[in-house]
Design a protein around this ligand. Structure first.
Ligand code: S3P
Length: 438
């Protein structure tokens, strides 16, 4: 597929729904009493995997135009699925659902595609086992397929070795069913969509952040999420804002393609997700926030992005969880910035849908970039012109989208192998990019 166009990006784009929030709306709606009406839901393959899993546990989930209606079965109303649950490519589905399944009164096996079967599940198996769960890796390699036999659980006080919202959320969901209070502490706060949305569904959940216990404007400090067991959750309307991780590709395209000026509408800017804005500004990027709102329980804004001359920066420490999925795009963007950009403390990238450090470095080098792989990130020396190349996406959606954007400013044509994997999180990506580039 040849994406090499040089026209500036112009006009407006409405970004599709947030993947993390869409997953949670289905999961929490399924175990709530009553109906949850979801607007802005992302109909990407990952979120459809979550719908499939809950349908096979007896939950009625309807598509009604651009709304999704989840007719919840209540906290104890899921039914044993007849077959293995298929989580597809989705780590969020696999890990979060495990927290729920650990407490049911039935047994279940869950698995996913080749990528999911390589991703580490020990990080949820261990804390869930501490809560009393019976959860085994069928092949004994710490990966899916997982066999989970539901059991009565008890609360734990857990210090997570990785700041991971998937780990935190799996434990909090198990905590809904556990005896006593459950606490999860992270050294840097990971995305807090679970805490925010569970509170809307009536759960007794709170965040203890920093020494004063207040929620800071940016997530730069240790945090503990605390949940108490629930009798029931209650279905409620959920409005899913646009996904900043999808907006990231247009933010980068707008900043690097000369002459661009775009308005990216309805983007979720939850501080636990919005690290990309901080970094782009630190690199000299012109991004203006307009129409800020918090009406849906998640802050949103429209982003006005203009082409900017960028310079290198350092990305590391507690900002990393707030931009973890945007690092491939930021790494490619750094090739168009003057000077050096250093990404560190990002070893988690190696266990995403692909090894995103190895895959980024290999593909950036194929385009002629000056980049060095490190143990926990990479060093990019910007300013060297890129040329078109054959890019192996490794079927990782964020890699495919990153290189579609990088190719806009490369000399010659680029072919992205496995380009359709964008369906995981952004089925209309190429169409939207083509529209903005005219
Ligand atoms: C997600 C959390 C992140 C992120 C993933 C979605 C979530 O993973 O990379 O795409 O929905 O909770 P970790 O929490 O494991 O870092």
């Amino acid at each position: 597929m040849d994406h090499c166009k040089r026209a500036p990006l112009r006009g407006e784009i409405v970004i599709p729904g947030d993947k993390s929030i869409s997953h949670r709306s289905i999961m929490f709606g399924s175990i709530a009493k009553g109906t949850t009406e979801i607007t802005g839901f992302l109909k990407g393959a990952d979120c459809l995997s979550t719908i499939g899993c809950f349908r096979s546990m007896g939950v009625r989930i309807e598509e009604a135009g651009d709304r999704i209606l989840v007719h919840g079965n209540g906290l104890h109303g899921l039914q044993a699925p007849k077959e293995t649950l298929d989580c597809g490519n989705s780590g969020t589905t696999t890990r979060l659902i495990s927290g729920i399944l650990a407490a049911q009164d039935f047994s279940v096996t869950l698995t996913g595609d080749a990528s999911i079967q390589k991703r580490p599940m020990g990080r949820i198996m261990e804390p869930l086992a501490q809560m009393g769960a019976d959860i085994q890796s069928v092949q004994g390699n710490g990966c899916a397929p997982l066999r989970i036999c539901g059991r009565p659980l008890h609360g734990i006080d857990y210090h997570s070795p990785v700041p991971s919202a998937q780990v935190k959320s799996a434990i909090l969901l198990a905590g809904l069913y556990a005896n006593g209070e459950t606490r999860v502490t992270e050294d840097s706060l990971s995305r807090d969509h679970t805490e925010r949305m569970l509170a809307h569904f009536g759960a007794d959940v709170r965040s203890e952040i920093g020494p004063s216990g207040c929620r800071p404007a940016v997530s730069n400090t240790a945090a503990t999420a605390v949940i108490r067991p629930a009798r029931e959750l209650y279905g409620c309307p959920v409005h899913v804002p646009g996904d900043i991780s999808s907006a990231a590709f247009f933010i980068a395209a707008g900043l690097i393609v000369p002459g661009s000026e775009i308005l990216i509408k309805n983007v979720g800017i939850n501080p636990t997700r919005a690290g990309i804005l901080t970094v782009c500004r630190a690199m000299g990027g012109h991004i203006t926030l307009l129409n800020e709102s918090g009406a849906s329980g998640e802050p949103t804004a429209d982003l006005l992005v203009r082409h900017s001359s960028l310079h290198g920066t350092q990305i590391g420490g507690s900002i990393i969880p707030t931009l973890i999925d945007e690092l491939p795009m930021l790494a490619a963007m750094a090739c168009f910035a003057e000077g050096e950009t250093i990404i560190r403390d990002a070893a988690e990238l190696k266990v995403k849908e692909s090894d995103r450090i190895g895959v980024m470095v290999q593909n950036l080098k194929a385009m002629g970039a000056d980049v060095t792989e490190t143990e926990d990130g990479m060093i990019i020396r910007g300013g060297k012109p890129l040329h078109g190349a054959v890019i192996d996406s490794k079927l990782d959606h964020r890699i495919a989208m990153t290189f579609a954007v990088a190719s806009l400013c490369a000399e010659g044509g680029t072919t992205i192998l496995g380009s359709q994997c964008v369906d995981i999180s952004y089925p209309d990506f190429y169409k939207d990019l083509a529209r903005l580039t005219g």
